[in-house]
Write a protein that binds this ligand. Structure first.
Ligand code: GLY
Ligand code: MN
Ligand code: MN
Length: 457
C-alpha cells in the first residue's frame, strides 16, 4: 500500500466514528511543539504520536484539520494540513521543509496551507459546524487558540453564521484505534524489537567487571543508531548491583562489580514506534546460587504470564498468573513467611508480595512506550453506572509488555544472601489468533543461555 494511503485510511476510519457520533464536525489535531533545552538549544524534535498516526508527517509547526460531513455510507472528508511554509533562509539553517505546495501529493491531504493561515482559516472552517473534536486537555495554548477561533466565528453571528455548540475529546477515539496495531505498524515494531534485542546481546557480550554503567549504555546506543533507529524509546536503565532495585534508575557511573547483577531496561524507537526490553545478567557471566534461584522464579513467572496472554483473556490475566508464581517463589525462598501468611492466597490477597514486586506486569506498547488505549472495556452499558468497567479483553493486534520482576532491598529480616538482587525480565508480546508472539526474543532469556552467550563472547 502507498504510504500516504495508510494515513488516509486512518483519517477515514476516524471520520466515520465522528460521523456516527455527531453526524460530522471539525476535528483538529496539532503536532508537538519544539522544546528548548537551554538558551537557544533544543531537545531533539519528536512529533506528537496522535498527529503522526493520522498524517505520517514529522515536522514541527503542523496542524491537521478534518472537515467531516455526510452520512456513514456517503461520508465526505476533507483533510486540511497547516504546515511550515517553504523558507530558503531558514532551510539553510534547519533543513528542508515539505511546505504546503508539496503536502497534498506527499501526504494525501486535500488541502495544505502555511501555518500562518491557521487562525484565519479555522474561523471559516468552524462556521456553521455543530461539533468540534479536539484534545481537551492538551495544553493552555490549545485552549487559548480554540477560544480565539470560536470568538472569530461568533463575531459573524449577525451574518447568520452559527458557531459550534458541542466540544468533544478526540483523544479517546484515536487512542482506541491506536490500541490495535495494523500490519504496517507490526512490521515496524518487529524490526524495532529486533534492533533492541541485538543491543542487549551486545551489552551482555561486552560486559566485564570494572566497566561502568554508562559504558554499557554507550554500547546500547551504538547498536540502536547503527541499525537506523532514530532514538531511544525512553531513557535507558543500566543498573548495577543495588541500583537494580530502583525502578526508574538511569544509567549512571557506578562500576559494575563481579558477583553483582546488571539490569538493563532499554529499547529503541524506530520510525515512531517503541520497543521495551529488560534483561538481567551476572556482571562476571555466572549467576550465584541466590541470584539464579530468584532469576528462575522471575522467568517462570514470565512464562506463566506469556501463557495467559491470549485472546479473550483480560489484561489482568497475565499479571495474576505472574503474581502467583512470584509469590510462591518468595514463599519457597522464605522471603515471605508461610508461618505468618498462612497460604499462597493470603500472601497474594494481603499484598505481602508488594514489598518485593511493586509494579504491574504489563502495559500497552506502540508509538509511546507506555502506549495509549483504555485498560478498561469501553462498554456502553456500564458507562453511566457506578459499576467499575471490566479490565480490557485481549484481542489480536494489541501489543503489550510482559515484565515481572523481584527487587530485594537489604533488611534485618531478609537473608543477606539476597540483598540488593534486582531482577526484571521484559519482552514485547503481540496478541495473535492463538496466543501471542514475542517479538523481542532475539536476545537470550534463559539463565543457561545468557551464561553461554557471555562465556563465548
Ligand atoms: N521501560 C519502561 C517500562 O518498562 O515500563
Ligand atoms: Mn515496560
Ligand atoms: Mn522497560
Amino acid at each position: 500500500m502507498n504510504k500516504s494511503n495508510i494515513y488516509q485510511e486512518r483519517r477515514l476510519a476516524l471520520a466515520k466514528q465522528i460521523c456516527t457520533k455527531t453526524g460530522g464536525g471539525i476535528a483538529i489535531v496539532s503536532t508537538a511543539p519544539e522544546t528548548a533545552r537551554n538558551r537557544d538549544s533544543e531537545f531533539p524534535y519528536r512529533h506528537d504520536s496522535d498527529f503522526f498516526y493520522l498524517t505520517g508527517f514529522e515536522e514541527p509547526g503542523a496542524t491537521l484539520v478534518m472537515n467531516i460531513s455526510g452520512t456513514n455510507t456517503q461520508l465526505q472528508l476533507e483533510s486540511h494540513l497547516f504546515c511550515r511554509p517553504k523558507d530558503a533562509e531558514r532551510e539553510i539553517w534547519d533543513g528542508i521543509r515539505l511546505g504546503p505546495e508539496a503536502a497534498p501529493e506527499i501526504l494525501g491531504v486535500e488541502y495544505a496551507y502555511s501555518n500562518h493561515e491557521l487562525d484565519n482559516k479555522l474561523g471559516l472552517l468552524l462556521a456553521d459546524q455543530d461539533a468540534v473534536y479536539i484534545r481537551l486537555s492538551e495544553s493552555a495554548e490549545t485552549d487559548r487558540r480554540l477560544r480565539h477561533w470560536m470568538k472569530q466565528v461568533r463575531q459573524q453571528a449577525r451574518s447568520g453564521i452559527n458557531a459550534p455548540s458541542e466540544l468533544h475529546d478526540i483523544e479517546s477515539l484515536i487512542h482506541e484505534m491506536r490500541l490495535f496495531k495494523d500490519a504496517h505498524e507490526i512490521d515496524i515494531m518487529r524490526h524495532a524489537a529486533q534492533i533492541s534485542a541485538r543491543a542487549h546481546v551486545r551489552a551482555m557480550q561486552i560486559c566485564k567487571p570494572g566497566m561502568r554503567e554508562y559504558q554499557l549504555e554507550a554500547e546500547l546506543l551504538h547498536e540502536f543508531r547503527f541499525s537506523g533507529a532514530q532514538s531511544v524509546a525512553y531513557n535507558s536503565i543500566v543498573a548495577g548491583g543495588e541500583n537494580a532495585c530502583i525502578l526508574h534508575y538511569r544509567a549512571g557511573s557506578k562500576e559494575l562489580r563481579s558477583g553483582e547483577l546488571c539490569l538493563i531496561d532499554a529499547g529503541c524507537e524506530l520510525d515512531g514506534y517503541a520497543s521495551d526490553i529488560t534483561r538481567t545478567f551476572p556482571v562476571n557471566g555466572k549467576f550465584s546460587g541466590p541470584q539464579r534461584a530468584l532469576y528462575d522464579i522471575t522467568l517462570a513467572a514470565q512464562e506463566a504470564a506469556i501463557a495467559a496472554t491470549k485472546p479473550d483473556n483480560s489484561f489482568m490475566h497475565p499479571h495474576e498468573a505472574a503474581l502467583r508464581v512470584l509469590t510462591q517463589g518468595l514463599l519457597d525462598e522464605k522471603l515471605l513467611k508461610l508461618s505468618e501468611l498462612g497460604s499462597l492466597d493470603n500472601a497474594i490477597e494481603s499484598g505481602a508480595y508488594r514489598r518485593f514486586y511493586m509494579h504491574r506486569t504489563s502495559h500497552w506498547l506502540g508509538m509511546d512506550v507506555h502506549d495509549v488505549g483504555s485498560y478498561r472495556e469501553p462498554l456502553a452499558e456500564v458507562k453511566n453506572s457506578s459499576q467499575e468497567k471490566p479490565w480490557r479483553v485481549l484481542k489480536p493486534g494489541m501489543v503489550l509488555t510482559i515484565e515481572p520482576g523481584l527487587y530485594i532491598r537489604p533488611a534485618d529480616d531478609i537473608d543477606s544472601a539476597f540483598w540488593n538482587i534486582g531482577i526484571r525480565i521484559e519482552d514485547d508480546a503481540l496478541v495473535n489468533a492463538n496466543g501471542c508472539e514475542l517479538i523481542s526474543r532475539g536476545v537470550p532469556v534463559k539463565a543457561d543461555e545468557i551464561e553461554a552467550l557471555m562465556k563465548n563472547a
